[in-house]
Design a protein around this ligand. Structure first.
Ligand SMILES: [Zn+2]
Length: 369
């Protein structure tokens, strides 16, 4: 039980939209040494009960889609007696290290009874890099509107979103996913620049030295050239990016526009159960490149597919430089409530990018088209 350890034994590592991660720094313990703890967060304004199936989802579903060699080994742990007090103490301890924008919106969910323990991928090596590769494909034109088709099939989602956020960068995910050495190198150099310029505020690239995340001001402690060259060697020989891009693309056959047309004609339903996920995966794996037609009776298939695609668009990879390992992390289940927000965001991104003169729009090349 987690409450057998002290909250001070756990050191803050990082957090995503759904969960927060700590690394064990306490006295030697056969269960906890060399592990990280992942706890669910909850919104400060909307304290819905946590999705108890999230951990099960990760293990059972992801292992059917991604070779488990590339997934962290996860085990469940009970928080134990006095869970709320223990979690509140941990929440108070980590508060000063959390990014301001996260502190404003959410916190550790102190009602959680269960948590996930995973291999500490960054603490066990001298140098590890975390990359959030984002969307790795251009959408098929089939379900796009006349207005968005010429824009979306030319400039990738990440580059358009960066424009909306006024965060221009030379990094384009399609370079990273291209499988071509010179384009991957360009992408890595772009990510390095983003890291230096934004000091980690843009979280697509993070560097950990002996488990501690280093700021761009400390970047002189590692060699840019040697690190990029090592990353390049590892990423060009690993199937992970190719797998992520294929999953994202084949699970998002309609684009949010095509999907929205369907959900306006039928009811999307609630969040799927684990068994519904399994049925879906079986159906998807039987013909990943030939989804059912875009008709309202197949809405549920396309909704589940889109939710999974969103998970793969938002995950990160951890690259161990010495071990030459690539591990996919942050594969959290997305809630069905997000669909309409994504549609809204898509409209905002497109309307901002439509205002860019055609000759100034970025041309992103999808190597698979
Ligand atoms: Zn791009």
């Amino acid at each position: 039980m987690l409450t057998d350890t002290l909250p001070t034994n756990w050191s803050y590592v990082s957090e995503g939209g759904e969960s927060i991660v700590f690394s064990y720094k306490g006295p030697d313990n056969p269960l906890y040494t060399g592990t990280v703890l992942r706890l669910r967060k909850c919104s400060l304004t909307n304290r819905n009960p946590p999705n108890a199936e999230a951990v099960v989802f990760h293990e059972e579903i992801m292992a059917r889609l991604i070779d488990p060699t590339f997934l962290p080994k996860i085990q469940h742990v009970h928080v134990g007696q006095g869970a709320e007090l223990w979690l509140n103490a941990l929440a108070a301890l980590c508060e000063p290290q959390r990014p301001l924008e996260r502190k404003r919106t959410d916190r550790i969910d102190s009602r959680c009874q269960n948590a996930a323990l995973a291999t500490d991928l960054v603490g066990c090596e001298a140098l590890t890099i975390e990359i959030k590769p984002k969307w790795g494909f251009l959408p098929s034109p089939t379900h796009l509107s006349e207005a968005t088709q010429p824009i979306k099939t030319r400039t990738c989602r990440f580059c358009m979103h960066s424009h909306l956020k006024a965060q221009p960068s030379s990094f384009c995910p399609l370079d990273l996913y291209s499988g071509e050495e010179c384009r991957i190198k360009k992408a890595l150099e772009g990510l390095w620049e983003v890291w230096l310029d934004s000091d980690g505020a843009i979280n697509n690239f993070r560097v950990f030295v002996h488990g501690k995340r280093i700021s761009s001001e400390e970047s002189s402690s590692i060699s840019k050239e040697a690190t990029i060259s090592a990353l390049l060697g590892i990423l060009t020989t690993s199937p992970v990016l190719r797998t992520l891009s294929r999953l994202q693309r084949t699970l998002d056959a309609l684009d949010i526009e095509g999907l929205a047309t369907l959900w306006n004609a039928a009811d999307v339903g609630g969040n799927p159960t684990v068994s519904e996920w399994h049925e879906f995966i079986t159906s998807y794996l039987s013909s990943p490149n030939a989804p059912p037609p875009a008709t309202p009776e197949h809405l549920r298939y396309h909704v589940l597919a889109y939710l999974l695609s969103a998970t793969f668009k938002d995950c990160s990879i951890i690259v161990g430089i010495a071990s030459r390992t690539v591990t996919v992390i942050d594969l959290a289940l997305k809630s069905i409530d997000r669909l309409s927000k994504w549609e809204q965001l898509d409209r905002e991104i497109l309307s901002a990018y439509a205002a860019v003169p055609v000759q100034d729009r970025k041309i992103c090349v999808d190597a698979a088209i």
